[in-house]
Write a protein that binds this ligand. Structure first.
Ligand SMILES: [Zn+2]
Length: 275
């Protein structure tokens, strides 16, 4: 996701949007229509790319860089020219392509094959290039002016103090707690199993039941798991992944793993070292 944000910042800013292709109406959320998104974005350009959890937030304003009045700082004219915020959810398999170059979430599994039918949403620039969202599994989404307060703190920016404050208030199973995007944004099912397996914590335990040392272990595990799996190439590259099958054994101590359902999702955990 950070790669997609950086790609937009590097290659898509200040390019005037001349057309919007939204061939898949199902991909547009919260009442947005193909005609509505065209009307809102045509003539705008992207001025900033932000990220919140799994969502990419693109700030827009009217016109392109060469149409701006010189010498006026970007902040001082924002009220007059500010456009809508374009929210892109890349989902499990979505990638952003700019002029054919791709970047997706390093923590997801995505095919590298290029199929135009997978282009769910495309911004065409006046200079001839394009920003496309390619999503084989069609799990992403596009919306305008998303409610940013609805999203919790990004998992990589979560401090120990903030995590502790959230944990002590929640009776939810700790795995469901971690997956709730309104508290912490960016953690999916496989990542949460890996995080809790590394931290030695049973996924079904109430979040508020964690002791001080367990809170520290959980915080450390969130960071190291995201960094390690991010550098390996995705949430499917965890150490627990090979054992996430019926009859699988814990890669750490060899114990038969338990398969259960926590927060509505299939969960694998070790009954020996996770307590
Ligand atoms: Zn174990």
């Amino acid at each position: 996701m950070e790669q997609a944000r950086a790609l937009v910042e590097a290659h898509a800013l200040d390019r005037e949007i001349s057309a919007v292709d939204a061939p898949d109406a199902w991909y547009l959320k919260r009442g947005l229509t193909p005609r509505g998104v065209q009307r809102a974005l045509e003539g705008m350009s992207i001025v900033r790319a932000r990220r919140k959890g799994k969502q990419l937030l693109l700030d827009t304003r009217a016109g392109a860089a060469n149409g701006r009045r010189p010498g006026i700082p970007a902040g001082s004219e924002r009220n007059r020219d500010l456009g809508p915020v374009l929210g892109l959810h890349l989902g499990m398999s979505g990638r952003v392509l700019i002029d054919g170059e791709a970047a997706g979430d390093p923590l997801v599994y995505a095919s590298n094959r290029e199929v135009n039918a997978w282009h769910r949403f495309t911004l065409r620039f006046a200079d001839g290039g394009a920003l496309a969202m390619r999503d084989p599994r069609r799990l992403g989404a596009v919306e305008l002016d998303p409610d940013e307060d609805r999203l919790g703190v990004d998992a990589l920016e979560l401090t120990l103090g903030h995590l502790r404050a959230l944990l002590v208030r929640s009776r939810a199973p700790v795995k469901a707690f971690l997956m709730d995007q309104s508290r912490i944004a960016g953690l999916g099912n496989l990542l949460c199993d890996e995080i809790l397996w590394r931290a030695g914590i049973v996924p079904a335990r109430a979040a508020m039941s964690l002791g001080a040392a367990e809170q520290v272990a959980l915080h450390r595990s969130i960071r190291t798991t995201l960094r390690t799996l991010g550098s390996r190439g995705g949430s499917h590259t965890g150490d627990l992944m090979v054992a996430r099958v019926p009859g699988g054994h814990c890669p750490r101590d060899g114990a038969p793993l338990v398969r259960s359902t926590v927060g509505g999702r299939t969960t694998y955990w070790c009954p020996v070292h996770q307590t």
